[in-house]
Design a protein around this ligand. Structure first.
Ligand SMILES: Cc1cc2nc3c(=O)[nH]c(=O)nc-3n(C[C@H](O)[C@H](O)[C@H](O)COP(=O)(O)OP(=O)(O)OC[C@H]3O[C@@H](n4cnc5c(N)ncnc54)[C@H](O)[C@@H]3O)c2cc1C
Length: 451
């Protein structure tokens, strides 16, 4: 019997043009794309993963994973006991001279540790896993736009390949956009950003620090100030240990509601100058330039499925509005998208398949809709105005129950079904939040260039 999901005759590039076909194309091989490709390949789907860069490669990130991210790595079959992975015991929040340690909870459904690893080879490991499962990877292939049929449905992408930018065409029945914050594929298909949602920016730099590199905690600073206005920074600073002699130090912030963009570089310099000399977070110990990038959060691009295209990870603004964490979310959404696509492809083309693909945003909404909606409100009302300082006030920091509850809320770390009273309270809180509509917000244009 032939496998309905594979099209083996088409898995070789056209010898003349280099053009290729697959059942599914995934654009972008970050955590979202690697995860989607891995789960599709595991389901036996012929999948082509297109990546504009090549691996290993740098990606501006804090390199920190909460237990939710560890859970996703374990699901993907990544060997997290191999060298290079550094386990963390919990978070340490610092605020106005006070500090509180919050160990990752011992729950049934999530690991009780976090991890750090530089994104320099983190993405490479995930992509190798996807290839080992059967995904076809093409690096140095930059998707330049969607190919659409007369109805405006995506049927592949155009691209340029290699150093000499050879024009290529890649065709598929379904396309997954996992091209990160640029969201180039989504934008070209007319899926625009919700302008009411703010985009945070974050900057990070590596430092050599013998005294901090083996810290068992992710350290977060809540009382930073915006260098320009002197006001509370609507974000936080971090020092994440990498265990290889280095720490990843950074700062992320929403734009200040009334005072506009935050100068990340100057605000970071001001903060680092406050830190003890012996930590070594000084210019002479810097191991990289300061690099910054955008953090699209709070589901800022919807719908997450339209006309053959699924949006996954940063391309859909899936970074948590509570914490700025996006790697776990990208990997988890990749899995949800892959399952929806695999189930859709066993249906005949047409309305039945379409209905199965529409299950992807519904499932994401079921899993995270209320949490993100509440997080967006929290960002609008508190975090985006005053940052985390008022939240981590003296009373909260002195109460073990309150800090543990806050930590689980910020990291989406409650067990499902609830494990203890804190989980029960958080689940009740989320049940009170109305489920968001699936397609509210952004205006939709038609894609520009039918093929
Ligand atoms: C400074 C900073 C610190 C952060 N710290 C953390 C943290 O500590 N923990 C955490 O969980 N999250 C963190 N995040 C967020 C996290 O980095 C992202 O949410 C995550 O990388 C999203 O994964 P993704 O696969 O959706 O996108 P990306 O990781 O951006 O991957 C997109 C991929 O698509 C490729 N691509 C783009 N355009 C094209 C194209 N046209 N054709 C082909 N390929 C293309 C890119 O080269 C890239 O490989 C941080 C972000 C920033 C900016």
């Amino acid at each position: 019997m032939t496998d309905p999901l594979r099209t083996d005759a088409d898995t070789e590039p056209d010898p003349g043009t280099g053009d290729e076909e697959a059942r599914v194309i995934v654009v972008g091989a970050g955590p979202a794309g690697a995860s989607a490709a891995l789960y599709l390949a595991r389901a036996g789907v012929d999948v082509l993963l297109l990546e504009k860069g090549s691996f290993p490669r740098e990606k501006v990130c804090g390199d920190g994973l909460t237990p939710r991210g560890v859970h996703q790595l374990v699901r993907m079959g990544i060997d997290i006991d191999a060298p290079g992975w550094r386990r963390t015991r919990g978070m340490r929040w610092m605020c106005e001279g006070r500090q509180v340690h919050i160990d990752w909870p011992r729950l049934g459904g999530l690991p009780d540790f976090g991890l750090t690893r530089s994104r320099y080879d983190f993405d490479d490991i995930l992509v190798r896993q996807a290839c080992a499962a059967g995904a076809r990877l093409r690096t140095e292939v930059k998707a330049t736009g969607p190919l659409t049929d007369r109805a405006g449905r995506i049927v592949g992408v155009t691209a340029v390949a290699g150093a000499d930018k050879q024009p290529r065409t890649y065709r598929a029945q379904v396309v997954v956009a996992a091209d990160g914050a640029s969201a180039r594929t989504a934008i070209a298909m007319g899926l625009e950003r919700d302008p009411t949602r703010q985009i945070a920016t974050a900057a990070r730099r590596y430092y050599r620090s013998a005294s901090r590199t083996n810290d068992p905690y992710l350290e977060l600073w809540a009382d930073l100030r915006c260098s320009r206005t002197g006001r509370d920074l609507p974000g936080y600073g971090w020092i994440f240990p990498l265990g290889d002699g280095r720490v990843n130090v950074g700062l992320g912030s929403l734009p200040h509601r009334r005072h506009g963009a935050v100068d990340l570089r100057a605000s970071m310099e001001q903060w680092l100058a406050r830190l003890p000399e012996e930590w070594g977070l000084r210019e002479e110990n810097a191991d990289s330039p300061l690099r910054s990038a955008a953090l699209p959060m709070g589901f800022n691009r919807r719908p997450q499925y339209a006309r053959g295209l699924l949006l996954v990870g940063d391309s859909a603004g899936m970074i948590s509005p509570w914490s700025g964490e996006g790697v776990a979310q990208a990997m988890e959404a990749g899995g949800v998208a892959a399952e929806a696509v695999a189930l859709a492809l066993i249906r005949p083309e047409g309305p039945a398949r379409e209905e199965a693909l529409r299950q992807y945003p519904r499932e994401i909404n079921r899993l995270w809709g209320r949490y993100y909606r509440l997080g967006n409100h929290a960002a609008d009302l508190v975090l985006g105005q005053y940052g985390y300082r008022p939240v981590l006030n003296r009373r909260v920091m002195a109460s073990p129950v309150l800090v543990r509850s806050l930590a689980r809320l910020l990291t989406h770390g409650a067990d499902e079904p609830g494990h203890d009273t804190i989980d029960a309270v958080l689940h009740t809180l989320l049940r009170l939040v109305p489920t968001p509509a699936l397609t509210r917000g952004p205006r939709r244009r038609r894609a520009s260039s039918p093929s």
